[in-house]
Design a protein around this ligand. Structure first.
Ligand code: PAF
Length: 281
């Protein structure tokens, strides 16, 4: 695996690769890699001639500076994992390479209604930061495809919108969420959970399944309310949202009947670790 720190060096590689680069698959990450990331790389390898991953903990997408400080960093292990998984190129920039003019100066992206809902509401500025870094990465890397996880459902919608509004020549591939044996969605943040918190964490998955089992027979708002209550009873510190929505807009669904697509999204805290999960019905 070739490790590059500079955008200019990536450009040289892209020129040398010629047409192969157009069929490249890109997996952007913030490191602390787990099997979920490797599944994105595998999907990229299956669909591309060349795979590129990036590791950059993007300061502009953290609405909480403490969360940024505590974001897990496991760079030596990450490099080994990518190498063993057969990644071709790792882009590992520092903050000045990513933001030569500083990251505070970004123009706002028009994200429509997505900005006020769910993650957009609870993490003000987060999606502007995601767009800023993904836009910059896509300009630098210029891949044919970008591979992202469905675990961050709203982020995938935001990136799709970014691609549309900036007319970027790249295809977004949204890949399934990988889960631990007890159902907990894989996430870099999971390693920050204490053993006691880790034991409580799969309650999110269980509550989502319970909602799915009762979707047709219980009012939607009742299902959301009981799931939030059950999470608190299971030891969660607080619940930002349990929301049953329509996948096209993420607006609350009023009524569900068999055949109507829905997505159930949850965000909740265990101590100071914020976990999110979702499932499409
Ligand atoms: O999902 C993530 O890890 C990040 O939000 C991303 C897409 C790498 C941008 O920093």
């Amino acid at each position: 695996m070739i490790i590059l720190h500079k955008a200019a060096d990536l450009k040289i590689h892209a020129q040398k690769a010629g047409n192969n680069w157009k069929k490249s698959g890109f997996v952007p990450t913030m490191g602390a890699l787990h099997d979920g990331h490797l599944s994105l790389l595998k999907a990229a390898q299956e669909k591309s001639d060349l795979t590129i991953a990036s590791i950059f903990v993007n300061p502009s997408q953290f609405n909480d500076p403490e969360d940024f400080k505590k974001y897990p960093k496991t760079i030596a292990t990450d490099i080994r994992m990518l190498e063993e998984a057969g990644c071709d190129i790792l882009f590992l920039p520092d903050v000045t390479e990513m933001y030569p003019h500083g990251w505070q100066q970004s123009e706002p992206y028009d994200l429509g209604g997505l900005i006020d809902l769910l993650e957009g509401f609870y993490r003000p500025g987060h999606f502007q930061g995601v767009c800023q870094v993904v836009h910059r990465l896509l300009e630098i890397v210029a891949p044919g495809g970008i591979f992202m996880g469905q675990k961050d459902f709203q982020q995938c919608m935001v990136v799709q919108r970014l691609i549309a509004i900036k007319n970027l020549p790249v295809q977004l591939h949204t890949c399934p969420t990988l889960r631990e044996a007890d159902g907990l969605a894989m996430s870099s943040r999971n390693i920050r959970l204490s053993p006691k918190e880790r034991a409580k964490a799969p309650a999110i998955y269980r509550e989502i399944l319970l909602i799915i089992n009762n979707l047709g027979n219980t009012p939607i708002r009742t299902l959301e309310g009981s799931a939030a209550k059950n999470l608190l009873e299971a030891g969660f510190t607080s619940v930002d949202y349990v929301s049953i929505t329509t996948p096209e807009t993420l607006k609350p669904l009023e009524k569900w009947e068999a055949g109507i697509p829905a997505v159930i999204l949850v965000a909740a805290f265990l101590g100071d670790v914020r976990l999110i999960d979702n499932m499409l019905v």
